[in-house]
Write a protein that binds this ligand. Structure first.
Ligand code: NAD
Length: 269
């Protein structure tokens, strides 16, 4: 599949270029950057330190729309997404949208574009995290509220928000599996005379330290046994390889909005 990467010199863009070199099915035809980026005009191999024969030697960072691409992967900035989608629709290109932080208006443009082209849209494209979400949803449905559920996440000391968005997503999946409203059962940390743990409570706890990229554990605890499901991220390549898999999955799909649940086969397209 002929793929173009938008935001190619960024953190995710560079990881995407590295990952794409490992996949025979991917042919990177364009590395797109904003017109005032210092990388424009330089060879991709020079910037990213990529030494793969699979990447075209002549491929340079450019600011032109990649008309030759069959699929676009967008990890840029939310304000650019509306224009990018318009271009993709005009060229009939499939779209993987990884960029986060979209305003309501920008989100509306995604829904509008999805009537014309197929789009995978996911705030976390790691295959492992999306698998974890599904395992948690199913486990919660099977085990029910007699198994006390606790979520523990750990991130590096520089992280500014807590709990992580992924931990909140896991709590939502857990509540969804049990058929309850998270707001009514969530408990964020404990301190002091808390009283006994109420049946059905979902505990969410954040640890911070060192340079941990992102660890998440969901525990289901009964008197007689304890189940723990853990995911640990080692690098941003986890998101990049998920995004590339999503792009390949889009080949031949009808217009519409898809998630990583579709890509992983948990939901039928
Ligand atoms: P970054 O700032 O390192 O990279 C973004 C790149 O986009 C920059 O190089 C910038 O110059 C470029 N860019 C900006 N406007 C552009 C335009 N109009 N055309 C082409 N390129 C343009 O950021 P990052 O860490 O790579 O993250 C990018 C986005 O992806 C953020 O919104 C981030 O939250 C999101 N993200 C999503 C996932 C996921 O799994 N969905 C994972 C990580 C990051």
């Amino acid at each position: 599949m002929k793929i173009a990467i938008l935001g190619a010199a960024g953190r995710m863009g560079q990881n995407l270029l590295r990952c794409a070199c490992k996949l025979n099915e991917c042919d990177i035809v364009a590395a797109v950057e904003r017109s005032d980026h210092p990388a424009i005009g330089t060879r991709v191999k020079e910037i990213s330190g990529i030494r793969s024969d699979r990447l075209n030697d002549a491929l340079c960072f450019a600011d032109e729309w990649p008309e030759a691409a069959e699929a676009i992967i967008d990890f840029t900035f939310h304000t650019t997404v509306v224009d990018n989608l318009e271009n993709a629709v005009a060229n009939g290109q499939a779209y993987v949208l990884g960029t986060t932080g979209l305003s309501d208006e920008e989100k509306q443009s995604v829904y509008a574009a999805a009537t014309q082209v197929p789009i995978v849209w996911a705030p976390n494209m790691s295959l492992g995290v999306n698998l974890l979400l599904e395992l948690v949803r199913r486990s919660a449905a099977i085990l029910g509220p007699d198994y006390d559920a606790e979520i523990v996440e750990m991130h590096h000391r520089l992280k500014k928000d807590a709990p992580s968005g992924t931990a909140l997503g896991l709590a939502e999946a857990l509540a969804d599996g049990r058929g309850v409203n998270l707001k009514e059962v969530a408990c964020y940390g404990r301190e002091g005379i808390t009283g006994e743990r109420p049946r059905g409570e979902i505990g969410i706890h954040a640890l911070r330290g060192g340079s941990v990229i992102g660890d998440h554990t969901v525990m289901f605890v009964a008197d007689e046994e304890r189940i723990e499901i853990t995911h640990k991220a080692n690098s941003r390549e986890a998101f990049a390889s998920g995004a590339l898999r999503a792009a390949l999955w889009l080949a031949g799909r009808k217009p519409g909005i898809y998630t990583m649940r579709h890509v992983l086969g948990f939901e039928t397209a």
